[in-house]
Structure formats: structure tokens, C-alpha cells
Design a protein around this ligand. Structure first.
Ligand code: ADP
Ligand code: ADP
Ligand code: ZN
Length: 214
């Protein structure tokens, strides 16, 4: 099963993608996580991506597309995968479709997690990321057992630089301009499925499972 997660930054794509990946035993591919790992390791790609990410802008398509097209052809993707944070522009969606078509494949579902902008600001302000393993928490909605410490690996939690209020507003603008048109793109292909992302995490997950089938 090949699934794409659509939604604003902070809508809960990553939270749901991890749960879906575990339930359906398919890899969770997050382009944001890939870029952050590259930044941490000081790679050329990381250096290039960081200048855009820090400003709340999208990394240029040419730095993203080949990376994802290569990733989805690796052996662990044979039974499918869930893409989180990709595609984010129409050219990215077209390049994925083209690459899949060449393999005789196509995306099965584009799950659109709908959350209004007002809720997004609150979600992003409370989001905390683990510096060690990248796990995501929320101060109010998904707190750790011990404040400021990751439940999984014990490392410290931080507020991502790009989750600071000024950058969040910018990222929301970028989302509406560049990513939202994908909703229509996948609707036209007949594979768009909308989910109310304002419910609690478990309810959102159940709604997605209903779409994907047991
Ligand atoms: P969020 O989960 O809050 O939506 P991500 O972790 O997916 O954020 O992405 C963080 C940043 O990484 C984005 O703001 C953007 O700069 C960059 N990025 C991630 N995926 C893509 C992509 N597919 N195309 C362009 N830039 C991307
Ligand atoms: P995205 O990947 O779309 O940027 P995340 O999955 O990182 O979004 O979620 C953004 C923040 O909101 C995180 O702190 C997460 O713990 C929290 N969150 C995710 N889903 C929900 C939900 N249904 N209700 C409340 N908070 C949520
Ligand atoms: Zn951790």
C-alpha cells in the first residue's frame, strides 16, 4: 500500500504516519526527518537544506525529488510505504507519479489531515522534538513522563527553530500557496481521502484505518 500524507505543518501527519507504519508494517518516509538527519551529520545536502528550512521556506524540488524516488525503490518499500511531508508541490507530485508510472505503479491513497490554521499555531508552539531519536511530543496533548526528557531514549527535548511563532506563520503561508493545490491534484485522481484532524490522536488514527482497511 502506497500512502501519501497531506496537511498543514503541525496537522499531525508525522504522528499518524508513525502509527500507520507500525500497524501496516511499511516504512515511514519523512523528508523533514531525512533533512534533519543530514543537517545533524553535516552533509552537503543538509547544509543546503538548512538555509531554506530556517527561513520556513521549502527546499527546492531538485534537492527533494531524486532523493524520494531513490528511497521508494529500496527493498524495504516492496510492500508499500507512507510518505510524510512529500510531495509538497505540484512538480514534486508529478515527478513521483512519473517515476512510479515507469515502474507500473501508482499511489493508492492521499490522506488529507484537515486542521484549521488557528489550531495549528497551538500545536506547533507546544511541539517538542527529541534531539536524540527525533520522537515528537506535545507539552499539552502528548506530554513525556518526565518534563523535557524523551520517554524513548532519555535525551533532551527542544522546540524546533522552525516551530517558533514567526516561522510558523511563514510556513502556513507557504503551505497554502504551494502545498494546498495538491488536494485538488489528488482529488482529480480519485484517491484523496479527507480526515478531520482536530479530533484526538487515537480518533484520527481510527478514521484513517477505516479508510485504508484493516
Ligand atoms: P512539518 O512536519 O512541521 O510539516 P517537516 O518536518 O515535514 O515539517 O519539514 C520541515 C521543513 O523541511 C519544511 O519546512 C521544509 O523546509 C523542508 N521540507 C520537508 N519536506 C520537504 C519537501 N517535500 N519539499 C520541500 N521542502 C521540504
Ligand atoms: P506534522 O507532522 O503534520 O507537522 P506532528 O505529527 O508533528 O505534525 O504534530 C504536531 C504537534 O501536534 C505535535 O506536538 C503532536 O504531538 C501534536 N499532535 C498531533 N496530532 C494531534 C492531535 N490529534 N491532537 C492534538 N495534538 C496533536
Ligand atoms: Zn528520544
Amino acid at each position: 500500500m502506497k500512502i501519501i500524507m497531506l496537511g498543514a505543518p503541525g496537522a499531525g501527519k508525522g504522528t499518524q504516519a508513525k502509527k500507520i507504519a507500525a500497524k501496516y508494517q511499511i516504512p515511514h518516509i519523512s523528508t523533514g526527518d531525512i533533512f534533519r538527519a543530514n543537517i545533524k551529520n553535516g552533509t552537503e545536502l543538509g547544509k543546503k537544506a538548512k538555509t531554506y528550512m530556517d527561513q520556513g521556506l521549502l527546499v527546492p524540488d531538485e534537492l527533494v525529488c531524486d532523493l524520494v524516488v531513490d528511497r521508494v525503490q529500496q527493498a524495504d518499500c516492496e510492500k508499500g510505504y507512507i510518505l510524510d511531508g512529500f510531495p509538497r508541490t505540484i512538480p514534486q507530485a508529478e515527478s513521483l507519479d512519473k517515476a512510479l508510472a515507469a515502474l507500473g505503479e501508482s499511489v493508492d491513497y492521499a490522506v488529507n489531515v484537515e486542521v484549521p490554521d488557528e489550531n495549528i499555531v497551538k500545536r506547533m508552539g507546544g511541539r517538542r522534538a527529541c534531539v536524540g531519536c527525533g520522537a515528537t511530543y506535545h507539552m499539552e496533548f502528548a506530554p513525556t513522563k518526565k518534563e523535557g526528557i524523551c520517554d524513548t531514549c532519555g535525551a533532551e527535548l527542544i522546540l524546533r527553530d522552525d516551530d517558533k511563532p514567526e516561522t510558523v506563520q511563514k510556513r502556513l503561508g507557504v503551505y497554502h500557496d504551494q502545498t494546498q493545490p495538491l488536494i485538488e491534484y489528488y482529488h482529480k485522481k480519485g484517491i484523496l481521502r479527507d480526515v478531520d484532524g482536530t479530533m484526538d490522536m487515537e480518533e484520527v488514527f481510527q478514521a484513517i484505518v477505516k479508510i485504508l482497511g484493516a
